[in-house]
Design a protein around this ligand. Sequence first.
Ligand code: EPU
Length: 302
Amino acid sequence: MRISDKPIAARLKELGVELRPGVPLREKTSLGIGGTTDQLLLRRFETIPEVMHLLANEKIPHRFLGGGTNVLIADGELPYVVLHLPTSQPGMRVEGNAAYVDAAADLGGMVTFCAKRDLGGMEGLIGVPGSVGGALRMNAGAYGTQIGSYVREVELYRAATGKLETLRGDDIRFDYRHTSFAPDDVMLRVKLELPSKPFKDILAVIKVCNEKRRASQPLNQKSAGCIFKNPPGGSAGRMIDELGLKGHRVGDAMVSDRHANFFVNVANASCADMLRLIDEVRERVRVTYGIELENEVIFWKN
Ligand code: EPU
């Protein structure tokens, strides 16, 4: 969607929003897939309600893109603009056992930043790619750690009220790859409470997690991490592997030969290729195991 020639472009500029016309989102996602649209870079949280109000008035659909590491975006010209949240450098600070972090900050960067200040607990998240906001929204987890366990406060923009609000950690539900945030809530900042732990001890755990990840996941290929959630008590990766589907391809979309729940873009896969691969694999698992796998990756349908 192109808005740079519309009157709203000037109003957005007044609010400090930077408009980048015609950005191919495949360059903004870890899968290397996604169509083209105008990109809006917000500079200050305080302007978000007004920006949202403007977009709503002009009936311009929008989506917030974080790290782009867990999203599958449709091909072609997209019928919405994409918004990016502001962050300062480093976008985080520590006070005692509390860490205050911008949603747009890098998740791995946050784990390291806190570790250097002798705050641990999140070691398992070290290799999870993406932004802190994306991790929060879906309660990202790995190697026994889930970010939700450490959340004490979240500042967000609530589309339902059109206001910036602060929620207490106790008032948010964090389940396996699922939270009680509304789909149109926008994470802005989070306060985490982390256990004290010497840097060298944290580093030792980080090393182990990194090694496990390197041994089992296709880290050097374009992917969005695991495509499906694990079914209760089961493993999507193991089932897909047992079906002999590693290396199975639709166009340039392929089931990783390293970890069967990672689907990789081996060159120039389209969203259509990836969707067909997802559907074929889901169907094979359903027929053989009687289990309907649920997507872990978020699909931005047009
Ligand atoms: N397995 C296979 N073949 C495969 C992949 C896995 O047999 O191709 C087996 C493994 O040997 C193991 C079991 O399946 O016995 C589970 O595999 P793994 O330990 O790799 O964990 P996972 O359940 O597949 C989950 C998360 C990952 C996270 C790892 C490590 C989900 C959907 N996935 O994977 O998260 O990195 O644990 O904690 O919960 C993600 O969310 O995108 C993601 C990659």
